[in-house]
Design a protein around this ligand. Structure first.
Ligand code: SF4
Ligand code: SF4
Ligand code: FES
Length: 257
C-alpha cells in the first residue's frame, strides 16, 4: 500500500487549504478546487504564463515564482495576480537598424533604472536582468541578447520595477536585432534550408500531415528530447525549483551565510 501523502497548510485567496506536499502551486490550486483558465499554459516552465507572488510564514517579504515550477510549502500564502501587460511601441524590424541608441529610442524608460537589482532578484529564470538593462543603456545589443536569452516573458521583473521598465520587451527587441543583423550567418542553417527547398523532407512531412491525430500525438509523446540538467549537472525528467535568486537566498549571499 502506498504511503499517505504528507499534507501542508497553505492559504489561497484568504482561505486555508490542506494540500499534499510535493505538489506544485498550480497543482495545489487545482487540488483545492480552482479551475485555472488564465495564468496557466505549458506547465513546463517555458511559457511564462504563471507568474506568482507569495509570502512565507513569518516573513514580511514577497517572493516570486512560476507556479508550475514551485512546490507548495507549509505556511505559504498567495493570491492570484493579474497578468503583466507589455504595451510597447510597434516597430518594423525591417526598417530599424541596430544602432547604439536603438533600444533607448524604443524604451526611453530604461534611462530611469535606479540599479536597485529588484528585477534580478525576482526573476524565476535566474537571469541577470539589471545587467541586461544596463547593457541596453550602453547600446550593447549583443550583450542584451545573450543575457536575456532564457527570458520567458513572465513579466515578474516588470511588476516589481520602480522605473516601470518592460525588461522582457527590451530583451526581445535586442534578440530580434541580434538575430537579424548581428549574428554571423550559419552554414548549417543555409544547408538545411537548401535541403528543405530541394524537397528532401517532403515525403516525411506528407506522412505526418496525413496521420490520424492519435498517432500524431503518440509520435510526439515518444519523441526523443534533451533532458534538463539540474544545478549539479545531473539530468532529471522534470525541472522544479524555487527561484535561485529569491530574496532569502540573496540575503544569505549578502550576509555570507
Ligand atoms: S528593477 Fe527596474 S530600476 Fe531596479 S535595477 Fe531592475 S530595471 Fe533598474
Ligand atoms: S527577465 Fe523578467 S520577464 Fe524574463 S523571465 Fe526574468 S522575470 Fe520573467
Ligand atoms: S504554465 Fe508555462 S511557465 Fe508555468
Amino acid at each position: 500500500m502506498s504511503e499517505p501523502a504528507t499534507l501542508v497548510t497553505m492559504e489561497l485567496m484568504g482561505k486555508e487549504y490542506r494540500v499534499p506536499s510535493g505538489l506544485t502551486i498550480l497543482a495545489a490550486m487545482e487540488y483545492a478546487g480552482y479551475k485555472l483558465v488564465r495564468g496557466v499554459g505549458c506547465r513546463g516552465g517555458f511559457c511564462g504564463a504563471c507568474p506568482t507572488l507569495y509570502r512565507r510564514e513569518g516573513s514580511h517579504r514577497i517572493f516570486t515564482a512560476l507556479a508550475c515550477q514551485t512546490l507548495v510549502e507549509d505556511g505559504m500564502c498567495l493570491v492570484q495576480i493579474p497578468f503583466v501587460p507589455a504595451p510597447t511601441k510597434p516597430y518594423d524590424l525591417h526598417s530599424i537598424t541596430p544602432q547604439s541608441t536603438t533600444l533607448l529610442r524604443f524604451f526611453p524608460e530604461i534611462a530611469g533604472c535606479v540599479a536597485c537589482n529588484t528585477c534580478t532578484r525576482s526573476c524565476p529564470q535566474g537571469l541577470p536582468v539589471m545587467d541586461y538593462i544596463q547593457a541596453a543603456l550602453r547600446g550593447d545589443i549583443e550583450r542584451v541578447a545573450m543575457l536575456s536569452f532564457d527570458c520567458i516573458a513572465c513579466g515578474i521583473c516588470s511588476s516589481r520595477c520602480p522605473a516601470d521598465i518592460k525588461h522582457y520587451a527590451v530583451g526581445l527587441l535586442a534578440r530580434r536585432l541580434y538575430g537579424k543583423y548581428l549574428v554571423p550567418p550559419s552554414a548549417d542553417l543555409a544547408l538545411r534550408v537548401g535541403e528543405i527547398e530541394a524537397g528532401r523532407y517532403d515525403a516525411e512531412l506528407r506522412e505526418l500531415m496525413e496521420l490520424p491525430l492519435a498517432d500524431l500525438r503518440a509520435r510526439y509523446e515518444q519523441r526523443t528530447f534533451e533532458p534538463a540538467a539540474d544545478q549539479n549537472g545531473e539530468y532529471s525528467a522534470t525541472r522544479r525549483y524555487n527561484s535561485p535568486m529569491d530574496p532569502v537566498d540573496y540575503q544569505d549571499e549578502l550576509e555570507g551565510v
